[in-house]
Design a protein around this ligand. Structure first.
Ligand code: F0G
Length: 351
């Protein structure tokens, strides 16, 4: 049977009722790819959960399909969110599919081009502010309390319900829980959702539990530093967040699982960003590369021992942020004449 999307496939694990719309863009069922080259190099068994293969190119589709379906079930005609880009793309897509309006509030100049293009094409009302994600989230939280718009940020519990399904898929693909689950941390919803998913599946199927390893960008590492950051900065704009909404849930995931929340520098993020594309053929966005940067750091420090089974979550597709790719690229385009002989000469020179 063809894949039917998350609400249908996982309804026994989700608070679905007979009134929940059967909304889907066929999200979920993303590849768990063995990273064969890096596994060998790092002496671990490393897999990437390729969430960029979702319909709007990020893991946000898992939570958004359910949040929008539930908003409609509750009678909403409009959804609103703050976003560093991916949430807005997913909210706008599912609202379009469901025939309702979406409004997104974003930090001006800090959203990757592809994500902005998506929200535009899907028909969102886009409001940019001279402020960061944390400011935008506070504004939409307040507005959703006084106005008939449904808030679909991850403080909406249906978001985490939908996102926990990625943990189910990992366990189903491996036949068991991994030893370590490495994941970028921004607003801290996804690490909380994965942990919920692993725990629920373990209760149902005795599949075991991973240690949860979350990674913030160093310039936005509020949880690591133990205090909110007023002006977070990082090249990984997706996780440029100074006051994560699911802070305490993320700490619970860390502590209950015996894991860590650590930070990685922009330099480490960009190194991992280039490594995963050039070594494994997987193009992820910089925010997603924070998880691989964390794997590299943790293997080096011995926190992840040799032989471990490790899943690193690639949360978003690299095509969303072409500007960063071209900025870090060291490959020069070779401009030649429209002439076969000249091109052949060039090729012979590099073989
Ligand atoms: N990776 C990507 C690509 C993201 O877009 C985000 C969050 C994260 C990781 C972090 O996940 O917030 O659950 O800890 N993006 C949000 C957005 C904030 O607005 O798109 P988190």
């Amino acid at each position: 049977m063809a894949w039917q999307g998350l609400i249908e496939e996982y309804k026994e694990f989700l608070p679905v009722t007979e009134n929940t719309p059967k909304l889907t863009l066929n999200e979920g069922n993303t590849p768990l790819l063995k990273l064969v080259n890096l596994s060998k190099e790092l002496n671990i068994e490393l897999y990437g959960k390729v969430e960029g293969a979702n319909p709007t190119g990020s893991f946000k589709d898992r939570g958004m399909v359910f949040a929008v379906a539930k908003a409609i079930e509750d009678g909403s005609k409009c959804v609103i969110c703050a976003s560093t880009g991916n949430t807005s793309a997913a909210a706008a897509a599912y609202a379009a599919r469901a025939g309702i309006q979406s409004i997104v509030v974003i930090p001006k100049g800090k959203v990757a081009l592809g994500k902005l293009a998506q929200a535009t094409m899907y028909g969102a009302k886009i409001i940019e502010i001279d402020g960061n994600f944390d400011d935008a989230l506070q504004i939409v939280r307040n507005i959703s309390e006084v106005s008939p718009v449904a808030l679909v940020n991850s403080v909406n519990p249906y978001r985490l319900e939908g996102q926990k399904t990625a943990a189910f898929e990992i366990v189903d693909a491996l036949g068991t829980s991994p030893d370590y689950l490495c994941i970028p941390v921004g607003n801290a919803g996804n690490i909380s959702a994965y942990w919920k998913g692993f725990k629920e599946y373990n209760e149902a199927k005795k599949s075991g539990l991973p240690k949860m390893f979350g990674f913030e960008a160093e310039g936005a590492a509020a949880i690591v530093q133990g205090a909110p950051i007023a002006n977070p900065e990082t090249v990984a704009t997706a996780i440029r967040i100074g006051n994560p909404a699911s802070w305490s849930l993320a700490e619970a995931a860390r502590d209950e699982s015996g894991g860590i929340i650590d930070s990685v520098t922009d330099e480490e993020i960009l190194y991992a960003y280039q490594l995963i594309a050039s070594r494994e053929g997987v193009f992820v966005e910089p925010g997603s590369a924070a998880s691989l940067a964390g794997v590299l750091k943790s293997v080096k420090s011995g926190k992840i021992p040799a032989g471990s089974k490790v899943v690193t979550v690639f949360t978003g597709n690299g095509l969303k942020d072409p500007d960063t790719a071209m900025d870090v690229s060291t490959v020069d385009l070779v401009s030649l004449k429209n002439d076969e002989k000249e091109i052949l000469k060039y090729i012979e020179g590099i073989l």
